[in-house]
Design a protein around this ligand. Structure first.
Ligand code: ZN
Ligand code: ZN
Length: 307
């Protein structure tokens, strides 16, 4: 991948990683039908270009998240240098044209990954956004490892998604949030459609901005006003007040959000109901072994649950 870092010394590098959820392209969950996905991509491209135009020390990376997986949209994960074949004709900065070409080409590659599946059994509501965030963290770590000693890296991740509950990915999300916090990576979220309580928690933990935009057609304005300014510049802005954060945790047995639950005293796993044995660390709880459940209803563990 192309390394766009400035060769200047003693400078702050501002790395912006944009994670775009292709679920935004599905006109569900209250998203306006008049907001096609290409307009979302155009807005992201404008944000990426503006970020690069702000300073020659700025770096941008765009990741796409689809139901079948995720992919680097810019820079290319296949190592293709899109700027190489671009000839300047209209006075446009070559990198901007390269981002445009890379976004289009790599996005088509990402969408073609689910051509092999039947399509009907594809769960479009459960996109692996937490996994994409882990890749974003890996990229940030790589840039941090390769920077010069005099350079200071400031990184942030911006997630653009349709939102909705993603309690099934609760553990991965929490691991991502605390890794971001430990590495001083800011997590921002721009949600179109339903609120995402896990992303709300992540933005609060890392000190980022969470916003659910009321008008998807105004996405570009929100992106440029809220997410273009650097972390330092944000302190001088009159940002929208933080929304009420839903701090419910997901139980480890059914991956459902619970307000009141039981916590294993050994491994701190959360359960929505009492059980004689912890399914995470297999600790046997004293006193609980003699209890018989009063209700005959038994919830089966979801398929594929490991532990
Ligand atoms: Zn449960
Ligand atoms: Zn336990």
């Amino acid at each position: 991948m192309k390394d766009e870092r400035s060769q200047a010394e003693g400078v702050d590098l501002d790395l912006l990683v944009i994670v775009i959820d292709t679920k935004v392209g599905f006109s569900s969950r209250g998203v306006e039908d008049t907001f096609p996905f290409y307009r979302c991509l155009d807005s992201i491209e404008a944000l990426a270009n503006s970020h690069l135009a702000m300073s020659s020390n700025n770096i941008v990376c765009i990741l796409g998240c689809h139901s079948t997986g995720n992919r680097f949209l810019y820079p290319s994960e296949d190592g293709i240098d899109y700027a190489k074949d671009i000839k300047q004709t209209d006075g446009r900065f070559e990198t901007f044209s390269a981002i445009n070409l890379s976004l289009k080409t790599e996005f088509l590659k990402l969408m073609n990954t689910d051509k092999g599946s039947s399509g009907d059994d594809r769960n479009v509501l459960d996109f692996p956004i937490a996994g994409t965030l882990t890749r974003a963290l890996c990229y940030i770590n790589r840039i941090a490892k390769s920077k010069k000693a005099v350079e200071k890296l400031k990184s942030r991740i911006l997630v653009i998604t349709n939102g909705g509950e993603s309690a099934a990915q609760y553990m991965t999300f929490m691991n991502v949030f605390f890794t971001c916090q430990k590495n001083s990576v800011l997590l921002d979220a721009c949600v179109i459609g339903e609120d995402s309580n896990l992303l709300q928690q992540g933005c609060d933990i890392t000190g980022g901005i969470y916003i659910k935009i009321p008008q998807p057609s105004g996405l570009l304005e929100y992106l440029l006003w809220l997410f273009l300014p650097s972390i330092e510049e944000r302190k001088n802005l009159n940002l929208p007040p933080p929304s009420k954060i839903d701090y419910r945790a997901a139980c480890f047995c059914h991956r459902q959000l619970v307000e009141v639950g039981y916590v294993c005293s050994v491994c701190l796993s959360i359960f929505c109901r009492t059980s004689p044995v912890c399914v995470t660390c297999y600790s046997i709880f004293k006193g609980a072994t003699m209890q018989q459940p009063k209700s005959k209803k038994k919830r089966a563990l979801p398929p594929g649950l490991i532990r």
